[in-house]
Design a protein around this ligand. Structure first.
Ligand SMILES: *Cc1c(COP(=O)(O)O)cnc(C)c1O
Length: 426
């Protein structure tokens, strides 16, 4: 008897995967943190490498049988070094990028920074969640806000941009051990050099979290913190388009502290199948087509933002420099949640989001967050962005008109059919 396929062994899960596959094919996926990993990435991350235990690092493992896994991890590291070493000045890092590809995801990568540099109760600073920061930068409900004294900074009341004067003043007052620069819902370019100057003024470790923008950074479409920060963390699955994972870049000086924080500090065996997928994604990121993709992500976001502005939407900060934008629906007399739910029925998938200085509650905020990485991976361009803006306008005016939502879902599906999505099993 041959071994059963997934469909034979577990028809329930097989059917659910098939349905998710169809959903990802038939909808316009605008969740800014999502993408389509390629078939090659999927194959590597769904491989027998999941069977292997490899606690430790290449050539320093605690189990035998590592001759292949070591090569996988070393390839991932050398490719990432190349992908993130292009066009950056490494003099402050001693000419070398140390890479750790073992963090299970972006949040564990950030925890490794705390474990490497902080003691419980130390002061840390990051962009507040309501202003576009991440939970792991010291938010109260996160372990990072419970075990450390968190001093969040915000964005300017008028500009909605990071207020560097406020960052400096708070840093001088509170003397943080770690200063985070990184965002999860912020549409503008991050000034890593300005953060470096502030960190230097107060003797803080500068940790830059490029989870959202690492694909853009690697392609040179957003400035890089490599060679500027003390440590750079990232996910691998957002604009970088790899499997779900995490990575850390640092200068040699901090390499052993960070490596020890990841293993044995926080984790056991690395996910070798994920490491292989990251290696494949890094190879893809080194191809000229990835640079074109990264440029198109930003170009599409700019078109989408201006089309929405032309339809009387308030785009926070007036536009975007990166892959995402925030809409403030206050002027339209409707909250983000009902519109996000109606859009989902219409085949346009995004998330409701707080806007800076939101007067509504976090579970029912005023805004929407939209990103272009996934649509761009399907090859969509300006013409499709215009359609998306028109559909969002229509749905936000008629969020309870079920026949209209169903009609739009049909139109969305028709457009999607023309743009094959990478990695799907169709
Ligand atoms: C997504 C994100 C993370 C966390 O990544 P997970 O893989 O979901 O743990 C960390 N930092 C920032 C800025 C993010 O956007």
């Amino acid at each position: 008897m041959p071994e059963p396929t997934l469909t034979q062994a577990d028809p329930e899960i097989a059917a659910l995967i098939a349905k998710e596959n169809q959903r990802e094919h038939d909808s316009m996926r605008l969740i800014a943190s999502e993408n389509y990993a390629s078939r090659a990435v999927m194959e590597a991350s769904g491989s027998c490498l999941t069977n292997k235990y490899s606690e430790g690092y290449a050539r320093k493992r605690y189990y035998e049988g590592q001759e292949i896994v070591d090569q996988v991890e070393e390839l991932a590291i050398s490719r990432l070094r190349e992908a993130f070493g292009r066009g950056v000045d490494l003099s402050a890092w001693g000419g070398e990028i140390h890479v750790n590809v073992q963090p299970y995801s972006g949040s564990p990568a950030n925890l490794a920074v705390y474990l490497a540099f902080c003691k419980p109760g130390d002061t840390i600073m990051g962009l507040g969640l309501p202003a576009g920061g991440h939970l792991t930068h010291g938010h109260a409900v996160s372990i990072t806000g419970k075990y450390f004294k968190s001093v969040p900074y915000g964005v300017g009341k008028e500009t909605h941009r990071i207020d560097l004067d406020e960052v400096r003043a708070l840093a001088k007052e509170h003397q943080p051990k770690v200063l985070w620069c990184g965002t999860t819902a912020y549409p503008r370019t991050l000034d890593f050099k300005a953060f470096r100057a502030i960190a230097d003024e107060v003797g803080a470790i500068l940790a830059c979290d490029i989870a959202h923008i690492s694909g853009l950074v690697s392609a040179g479409v957003h400035p890089s913190p490599i060679g500027i920060a003390d440590v750079v963390t990232s996910t691998t699955h957002k604009t970088f388009r790899g499997p779900r994972g995490g990575m850390i870049f640092c200068k040699k000086e901090h390499a052993s502290a960070l490596d020890r924080a990841v293993f044995p500090g926080l984790q056991g065996g690395p996910h070798n199948h994920t490491t292989a997928g990251i290696a494949v994604a890094a190879k893809e990121a080194l191809a000229p087509s990835f640079t074109e993709y990264a440029k198109a992500v930003v170009a599409n976001a700019k078109v989408l933002a201006s089309e929405l502005v032309a339809r009387d939407f308030v785009v926070t900060t007036g536009g975007t420099d990166n892959h995402l934008m925030l809409l403030d629906l206050t002027n339209r007399g409707v909250g983000g949640k009902p519109v996000a739910q109606a859009l989902d029925k219409a085949g346009i998938v995004l998330n409701y989001n707080a806007v800076p200085f939101d007067t509504r509650k976090p579970f029912d905020p005023s805004g929407l967050r939209l990103g272009t990485p996934a649509l761009t991976s399907r090859g969509m361009g300006a013409a499709e962005m215009k359609m998306v803006a028109a559909w969002i306008d229509d749905v936000s005016k008629n969020p309870t008109d079920e026949p209209k939502l169903a009609k739009i879902a049909g139109e969305v599906k028709e457009v999607c059919a023309k743009f094959p999505a990478p990695g799907l099993l169709l």
